[in-house]
Design a protein around this ligand. Structure first.
Ligand code: MN
Length: 303
C-alpha cells in the first residue's frame, strides 16, 4: 500500500477529517400483509486517492441503492445520480415488479445517453440494491444489479452475495483462468462488462428473494469490496448495533485500508430475529432475468 504517494487527490488530503464524509439513517414500515419495521443507514466517502465522489446512494422507504459512476468516462457523477433519480420514482409503492425495474433502468440509460461527457467515452454507471416490495401481499426483496457494485444478504449469521458481478475478473474466475486472490489485484479488476449507459446495453439482473424478519441487506460499491473481503464485511455486520453504524463502519474500514476508490454503503434491515432453522439456500437465488447468472449456474453444473 503506498498511501501518501504523489497520487493523493486534492481536497481529500486531510488525514484528520471525519470518516465517512456523509452518512444518514431512517426507519419506515414495509409493505405486506403483516407490517414489518425497516431501519436503514447509508454512508459515502471520496476516499484517499480520487478528486471527487462519483458514487451516489439512495435510501428512501422502499428503495435502497448504490450507483458508481464509471471512472475514465466523463459525467460519472451525473450518471450515478441520474439512475438513482429514476429508481427513487418507485419509492413508497407497495408492489413493484421486475418489469417496473427494467423500465426504470431503460429510462435511466436514455437520460444518461444524453449526458455530455466532453470528448471522453460516454457516461455510465453501475446500479445495485433492492426494492422492498410484495407480491400478492407476500414480502420480497426485489434485488437489481448492473455492473460490479454488490448486494449481500445477511441472515442467521451467514453472508451471501446475491448479485453476480458483471466484471472482467468475474468472467476470468468463472472460466478458471485466475484465482480469487489473483482477482483482487488483477490489472483489469475495474473493468465492468455491463453498465447503465457507457455505450452498453442496459440489461439488469433481477432477483426475487423472500423477505424475512432479521434480514439485513448490505449494498456496497467496489471501493468497499475492493478494500475489505467478505469475512471482514461479515465481522462488521456481526458487531454493528444498527444499520447506520454498520454503513459508517464499512465505509470507514475501506477508507482506512487504503481508500483507493470512492466507498459507499447502503444497509436496510428488517426488525425481528431470524428463524432458528431457516435455510437461506432455499431462498437464493431465483433469477428473473435470462442474464449471466443463469449461464453461470449452468457452467457450474457442468463442472
Ligand atoms: Mn468504484
Amino acid at each position: 500500500m503506498n498511501a501518501g504517494s504523489a497520487g493523493v487527490a486534492r481536497g481529500v488530503g486531510d488525514p484528520d477529517r471525519p470518516l465517512p464524509e456523509h452518512s444518514g439513517a431512517g426507519t419506515a414500515t414495509a409493505p405486506g400483509r403483516a407490517p414489518a419495521e425497516l431501519a436503514w443507514g447509508w454512508a459515502t466517502d471520496t476516499g484517499r486517492r480520487r478528486a471527487s465522489n462519483e458514487d451516489a446512494v439512495l435510501a428512501d422507504r422502499t428503495v435502497f441503492f448504490v450507483a458508481d459512476g464509471m471512472g475514465g468516462h466523463g459525467g460519472g457523477d451525473v450518471a450515478s445520480r441520474t439512475v438513482l433519480t429514476e429508481m427513487a420514482a418507485l419509492a413508497g409503492r407497495d408492489e413493484v415488479t421486475a418489469a417496473d425495474c427494467a423500465g426504470a433502468v431503460r429510462a435511466a440509460a436514455g437520460a444518461i445517453g444524453a449526458i455530455d461527457s466532453g470528448d471522453r467515452r460516454p457516461a455510465g454507471t453501475t446500479l445495485s440494491g433492492t426494492l422492498v416490495t410484495c407480491s400478492d401481499g407476500v414480502p420480497y426483496w426485489l434485488v437489481v444489479n448492473v455492473g460490479d457494485s454488490r448486494t449481500y444478504l445477511w441472515r442467521g449469521d451467514r453472508l451471501d452475495q446475491i448479485t453476480v458481478d458483471h466484471s472482467a475478473v468475474r468472467e476470468m474466475l468463472d472460466a478458471g483462468e485466475i484465482t480469487a486472490a489473483e482477482a483482487r489485484t488483477h490489472p483489469e479488476r475495474n473493468v465492468i462488462t455491463r453498465a447503465v449507459g457507457g455505450g452498453m446495453e442496459p440489461r439488469a439482473d433481477v432477483w426475487m428473494v423472500p423477505r424475512r424478519p432479521g434480514d439485513v441487506l448490505v449494498v456496497c460499491s467496489d471501493g468497499v469490496t475492493g478494500e475489505i473481503d467478505d469475512d471482514e464485511v461479515a465481522a462488521l455486520i456481526r458487531d454493528a448495533p444498527d444499520p447506520g453504524s454498520l454503513a459508517r463502519s464499512l465505509v470507514t474500514a475501506a477508507v482506512e485500508r487504503g481508500g483507493r476508490d470512492n466507498a459507499s454503503v447502503v444497509v436496510v434491515a428488517v426488525a425481528g430475529e431470524a428463524d432458528e432453522d431457516c435455510d437461506v439456500t432455499q431462498d437464493l437465488p431465483r433469477t428473473e432475468s435470462s442474464g449471466s447468472k443463469r449461464a453461470h449456474d449452468d457452467q457450474e453444473d457442468r463442472r
